[in-house]
Design a binder for this molecule. Sequence first.
Ligand code: OSB
Ligand code: MG
Length: 363
Amino acid sequence: MKIVKVQYQTGELPFLEPFQTSYGVTKTKSFAIVTVEDESGLVGIGELDALVTPDYIEETFQTSLLALDNWLIPSLVGQEWEHPKEVFELFATTQGFLMAKSALETACWDLFAKKEQSSLAAVLKGAPILDEAIEVGVSIGIILDLDSLVQKVATYLDQGYTRVKLKIKPGYDLEPLRVLRQAFPRLILMADANSAYEHLDDWDLFHQLDRLNLAMIEQPFAKHDFVRHAQLQQQLNTAICLDENIRSLDDAKTAMALGSCRAVNLKIPRVGGIQPAREILAYLQQQDCLVWLGGMYEAGVGRAVNLQFSAFANFTYPGDLSASDRYFAEDIVTPKAEIHRGKLAIPQGVGIGVTLDSNIYKS
Ligand code: OSB
Ligand code: MG
């Protein structure tokens, strides 16, 4: 196949409520929808999910667009490829910009699956997909008022979410987690620190968290620090889960070699696309590491990619793959991801299974 034309358009969706992490507060979702067109005029779509600030990773929405314009789109247009698993390699001379690469790469997978008249999940699996829906979890931002926090969690549990992740930061950690554990003794509960801890003094805190029966503690330390995560993992019964650290298969190998974690939050945009994600998944599963799918507050296109990938991967642990209405009043695709009895339906159409609404760039 050959991509002859690439276009993108940017948009914004306001969050229903601000979302606070140890990095700060986010109020709107910025996204770009990328379209790739082949010689026959068939079009695939992908979503850029880079954040506007360089806190979670170095790449930002603006630098992603710069990389798309200057290096990535020119590397893709006019090149022959047989299968989308080859597309990530076309970007090899450009370092970094994994989220921009993912937007293009996932669009090529959508295009290929559409050409095959198959769902993306079935193309990835090489077999029909039998499941119709997948179990999902929810990521909850910092809510200082603990009664409101308990209320919020209760609402999500009513909607059927089967796992709750709470964002923590120094000064907002043990207490809210204790309160949640007391209110919901059997809840599958985990914490995500987004790299907020650094000092040895914090280690006492982790020993206290270790007694709360958390499913895992995500990314306590800095994003390139494998050694300290390994030292902490050795001391805890609770699994450490890495997010920011894992950008490539090499990172996954480093983490396994050092014992830095027992779980990984895998995000397609963070590792550069579907092909790198499935290679990392296969390697980590073979290492008996628990892998689950994370999120980047995706709009409808990115959310559909995550659903297709989940349908293929058969994750054993529910991901941060909530319904569209967990974040947004409106979305940009049909059908919207909706929760029914704790599960999201896998869209049944070809490719990523959803179509773009015509008014998507209204903001
Ligand atoms: O750390 O997992 C994270 C969102 C943006 C950047 C980093 C993270 C997150 C989330 C939200 O936790 C997950 C989601 O519901 O999309
Ligand atoms: Mg995280």
